[in-house]
Design a protein around this ligand. Sequence first.
Ligand code: GDP
Length: 325
Amino acid sequence: MNITELGDSIINGDRRALARAITLVESARADHRAQAAALLEHLRKADRQALRIGMSGTPGVGKSTFIESFGMMLIARGLRVAVLAIDPSSARSGGSILGDKTRMDLLSREKNAFIRPSPSQTHLGGVARRTREAVTLCEAAGFDVVLIETVGVGQSETVVAEMSDIFLLLLAPAGGDELQGVKRGIMEMADIILVNKADGDLKATATRTCADYAGALRLLRKRPQDPEGFPKAMTVSALQEIGLETVWDEITTLAAWRMAQNHWAARRADQARFWFQQELRQALLARLETAAAREAMATLGDAVARGELSPASAAQQMLSELSQD
Ligand code: GDP
């Protein structure tokens, strides 16, 4: 594969090249990893940035409906939109919470939209790396907005927040008791809470829920990266397309403020440092997973169990073996 050609095709907006490149970064094969690294390096020359919007919510809250209508609105404004996903369930079981059902039906037919489902069948760290690299590829391809979706379970929100500029939390209208169900840590990550389904019979409940969350947000510690009024809670109806323009206005207001205050660049720099460290950690751990390393570890483990070696010297021996290959 000619990496320079592939990279240039991506920069020129060739969707098939983009899809092929994402497949490349999703591969765990050592030669593919080397090619992926070369490709990502080559794409730095494009020097393009998209607005990276992370989004989380429990199954059924309306994520795909929201992405569909929000994405279509952005496209109507002349923007190009990429949608990526991190499905933590695929990491564990090979199954999928984000769903195999056809999602975002209208959006998927738009030439200015690009939708890629979550990489699957690996640990969350692996899914995270692949998605983060896919974000970079979409930026190089000239997308204006990259939406990164996840489901509200476990660590996946943190992972998405670490690769987003702005984080949206989608919630359903609910009684006051359920407010407690949203973990404080997740509330603290949110820049904008969207109470969805604010339509029909649910409208009054949604308005009340939104007020409850607005109150809860005010109790959180003020963050230096927020202008007055953020983080905030709003109601929307993804289905009836109510409030979507306002969501976009709030997002762009927040983004502009952070850029002007230099919080934007600082956050991206922190994220880049974080991902470098993650990448290194994962690469080191992967070296323990080779057949030879597993065998050496089993042999040394047996020796430690028999009392022939101390755990410390067995570990030293293992480390020196690893550094030889
Ligand atoms: P996801 O699992 O978070 O992706 O949720 P979906 O987008 O698949 O939506 C789950 C259900 O909620 C579907 O039946 C949607 O039609 C419905 N839904 C989504 N958004 C809205 C909304 O704004 N209002 C109402 N009333 N229903 C909605």
